[in-house]
Design a protein around this ligand. Structure first.
Ligand SMILES: O=C(O)CCC(=O)C(=O)O
Length: 293
């Protein structure tokens, strides 16, 4: 994918985003912000050594910190921090003032609304994987002008469980994440096989951001390498895209206008949207592992 220094997006980057469903841009945060975010993640990871089950609390009483099954005090496997802007000022600064917010506004703005944020971490040797899905099916909106910004806290490589994206899949409609009566949070096996064949690795240096369309089919593999892979993930929508379901990650900043102005109108894409069930889970890792019946 095309990369460039931070700033507003170039025409070719905008074209690539709409053609492929994602684009990677380098230098989306400054060195000081990156260092502070990594330091906070280091502190949270150290603190996780004192816990043996998901812990902390978000505004709706779900765990703030989620641990993988392999978690041990001497080998912490903190895999998720829910809504970091609520507990750390640099994460908030980057989510609301960061240069990638301007880039998202270039794509679906000028009026832009914040939905939620989360941090996914794969420690060296982590078996954490992400099964194939579209974000839209977890957080459906009245239209699909919704973008997930994935900021790389470490170099993201093919060795450390990088994001894998299926170019063009955002133009192929919504894929079901239900298998019968169970919301598995992942596509069926046939679709997964197709995704594996067509997928491309999304890589970049620490500080780069991947701007991803909400309907891009994506997933990621475990991290067998010696290098950690952290991703800070912020979700934004056009101001006139209205969420069709309650957020799976409620937070006190949800609905905040981060660029431009609020909209008096909801804009609808035509057609039918499949909705997820209402569920409570420490993270979508748990949903993909167990399903929601
Ligand atoms: O952490 C990853 O590899 C992917 C994250 C992801 O798929 C998501 O948040 O929707």
């Amino acid at each position: 994918m095309i990369t460039s220094p931070a700033g507003t997006l170039k025409k070719v980057q905008v074209e690539n985003f709409w053609r492929h469903g994602y684009v990677v841009v380098e230098g989306a945060v400054n060195a000081a912000q990156l260092a502070q975010m990594r330091a906070a993640l280091g502190r949270w990871t150290d603190e996780s050594r004192f816990h043996d089950a998901p812990y902390g609390e978000t505004i709706d009483g779900q765990p703030r910190f989620d641990l993988a099954r392999a978690h041990r005090a001497d080998a912490p496997a903190l895999r998720r921090v829910n809504n970091p802007p609520e507990i750390d000022s640099v994460y908030a600064e980057v989510a609301f003032e960061g240069s990638f917010v301007d880039m998202v506004a270039d794509l679906i703005g000028p009026d832009l609304k914040f939905h939620h944020a989360k941090l996914n971490q794969k420690q060296p040797g982590s078996e954490t994987r992400v099964d194939w899905h579209q974000d839209f099916s977890y957080t459906p909106h009245s239209n699909d002008h919704v973008i997930t910004a994935l900021l790389m806290l470490d170099d993201m490589t093919e060795q450390n469980g990088c994001l894998m994206g299926v170019p063009g899949s955002h133009r192929e409609g919504q894929r079901s994440l239900w298998q019968g009566e169970v919301f598995t949070g992942k596509v069926d096996q046939d679709t997964a096989q197709m995704a594996v064949k067509r997928a491309r690795p999304v890589t970049g240096h620490a500080g780069s951001v991947c701007l991803m369309h909400t309907k891009l089919l994506h997933g990621s593999e475990p991290n067998p390498s010696e290098e950690a892979r952290g991703l800070y993930i912020c979700v934004y929508s056009a101001a006139d895209a209205v969420a069709l379901t309650r957020s799976p990650l409620p937070n006190r900043f949800e609905g905040r206008i981060v660029r431009g102005e609020a909209s008096r109108f909801a804009r609808f894409d035509s057609g039918t949207v499949e909705l997820p069930p209402r569920y409570r889970a420490a993270s979508f890792f748990e949903v993909q592992e167990k399903g929601v019946a």
